[in-house]
Write a protein that binds this ligand. Structure first.
Ligand code: PEP
Ligand code: MG
Length: 570
């Protein structure tokens, strides 16, 4: 039996066989070869295998997503057979006696760079596709596994060094019982996705995780951050008991999740969901969400070769709004960069992507690209309570410029003859300390604030949110973070606007009384956590929560804050 301690990322208990997910690195050695035709024959075989893999991927994508998304693999197949690419490669093998791996790599790079140099977004995106095909062939030549998870054919627990948001999106959800990663922090987007899917997850387990072999029996306890491999009988029994108790409590909480969250002394707070796709919106209602407090629109932009059109976006927003009817839906405009990269946008390499050209910063630099999203949102607004939120706001000028582009987009939509709702609330994410400090001025510009505690904690503590080594610093309950939230709520209320929290803190039961006591109006969290959060809030009185919030503000660190809350549970 091996027991590993990691960082809790998503609650719940899971058991099942291990599936090892690894990114395959393809290093290319340069060698001189003596038999060019044998070398080219190896390439022929590898290309045939690649073609088979791409056909299978295309079919899978057609059934699980759409024909449109599957078309990308058709394009990959065309690159695979491109006559001029094959000519360059054959020439290098025959005349320079270069091994086929190096010749193929050079050919792919020449092609990709030519596309990039044309300075066109569409062609730059093609360059990424060419490299993708190139790597596929190199992996096959090197006899290495693909990372497309096609081997995942039975319910399993995924063990990985780390999972990027796009890896996670590509997993076949029917077969994923939970995740555990060697790296990663509690608010990485992978952890967020696990929460949204209601899958138990533990991150930051350390490199020992990668020594576990495929098929080993695994137990994970999400909220404890525990992973057990090859458990003994006693441990299995303990987990079975825990699972039984947890599911009984969860069942009771789910039964009352349709009721409001009202404290013992009558204060009602709004409980809404964080969603990342139209499907999430459907399950949000089942868990008792009273609306959507954060629609992360990145789902429309990730995992594809070109940006989504206005019509395509309109369809997706309509899908979410139709599910939610007249309930409030806060849509956050695109937030890419940081740990979410888009090949077709050519965001460039940055030394510190989390401090870089991310979210609103990139959107304001590309007004036409940004306005496509704004127009789609405005067109989706009639008959709904759609609210628009700008992410990563640091300055007043950014808010004003965003609002000006929204006004321009409104004129364009009206001029094209489409109706737009009269009143659309506009808000900002408060997730950069500069915005928290200046909350009094920002409050005059917007209808609401939503505090993004994931980034606010990362930037306040200077602790990258994806790093397991920094996880000890990344606690939103640290008074350095809580003091800023307090200020944001006070200044917002003075100006008469409402304030929500949409970072992971909103779904943390230990943080709940603090946020309640500070006077928060809205909690937005991954939907599967809603029934439990409502149950926790109903146990508190607003008066006691206010007292707790006032007491913890002068404590030294996050641990002391959490201990204080635990010791004063009602
Ligand atoms: C946050 O930063 O708290 C937030 C909700 O946004 P994201 O996690 O998508 O960066
Ligand atoms: Mg954020």
């Amino acid at each position: 039996m091996i027991k590993l301690k990691g960082i809790p990322a998503s609650n719940g208990i899971a058991s099942g066989p291990a599936y090892i997910f690894h990114h395959t690195e393809v290093g290319v050695k340069r060698e001189t070869i003596s038999d060019p035709s044998a070398e080219l024959a190896r390439l022929e075989i590898a290309r045939n295998t690649a073609r088979d893999q791409l056909k299978a991927l295309k079919k899978k994508t057609e059934t699980e997503a759409s024909a449109e998304e599957a078309a990308i693999f058709e394009a990959h197949m065309m690159f695979l057979d491109d006559p001029s690419l094959l000519e360059i490669v054959a020439d290098a093998v025959q005349t320079q006696h270069l091994n086929v791996e190096a010749a193929w790599f050079d050919g792919i790079e020449t092609f990709a760079q030519q596309m990039e140099m044309m300075g066109d977004e569409y062609l730059s995106a093609r360059a990424a596709d060419i490299r993708d095909v190139g790597k596929r062939v190199l992996r096959i030549l090197g006899g290495k596994d693909d990372t497309d998870l096609s081997g995942l054919a039975a319910p399993s627990i995924i063990l990985a060094q780390d999972l990027t948001p796009s890896d996670t999106a590509r997993l076949d959800k029917r077969y994923v019982l939970g995740f555990a990663t060697a790296e990663g922090g509690p608010t990485s987007h992978t952890a967020i996705l696990a929460k949204a899917l209601g899958l138990p997850a533990v991150v930051g387990c350390g490199s020992a995780l990668l020594e576990i072999s495929a098929g080993t029996e695994i137990l994970i306890h999400g909220s404890q951050g525990e992973l057990v491999a090859s458990p003994d009988e006693a441990t299995k029994k303990r987990y079975e008991q825990l699972t039984g108790e947890a599911s009984r409590v969860a069942e009771l909480e789910l039964k009352s999740s349709g009721d409001h969250a009202i404290t013992k002394d009558g204060r009602q707070v709004e409980i809404v969901a964080n969603v990342g796709s139209p499907n999430d919106a459907v399950s949000a209602l089942k868990y008792g969400a009273e609306g959507i407090g954060l629609l992360r629109t990145e789902f429309l932009y990730l995992e594809r070769a070109t940006a989504p059109s206005e019509e395509e976006q309109l369809e997706a927003y309509n899908a979410v709004l139709n599910v939610m009817g007249e309930r409030p839906v806060v849509v956050r405009t695109l937030d890419v960069g940081g740990d979410k990269q888009l090949d077709y946008l050519d965001l460039g390499k940055e030394a510190n992507p989390f401090l870089g050209w991310r979210a609103i910063r990139m959107c304001l630099d590309r007004p036409d690209f940004f306005k496509t999203q704004l127009r789609a949102l405005l067109r989706a607004s009639p008959g709904h309570d759609l609210r628009i939120m700008f992410p990563m706001i640091a300055t007043l000028d950014e808010v004003r410029r965003s609002k000006a582009l929204l006004a321009e987009a409104r004129q364009e939509v009206l001029a094209a003859g489409h109706p737009v709702a009269d009143k659309i609330q506009v808000g900002i994410m408060v997730e950069i300390p500069a915005a928290a400090q200046m909350a009094d001025l920002f409050a005059k510009e917007v209808d609401f604030f939503s505090v993004g505690t994931n980034d606010l904690t990362q930037y306040t503590m200077a602790a990258e949110r994806t790093s397991e080594k920094m996880a000890y610093l990344a606690d939103p309950c640290h008074p350095a973070v809580v003091r800023q939230i307090k200020r944001v709520i006070e200044e917002g209320h003075k100006a008469g606007i409402w304030i929500g929290v949409c970072g992971e803190m909103a779904g943390d039961p230990e943080a709940a009384p603090i946020l309640l006591g500070l006077g928060l109006d809205e909690f937005s969290l991954a939907a599967p956590g809603i029934p439990h959060l409502k149950a926790v809030l109903r146990e508190w009185s607003y008066r006691d929560a206010q007292k707790i919030a006032a007491e913890i503000i002068n404590l030294e660190n996050g641990q002391a804050v959490r201990e204080h809350v635990r010791n004063h549970k009602p």
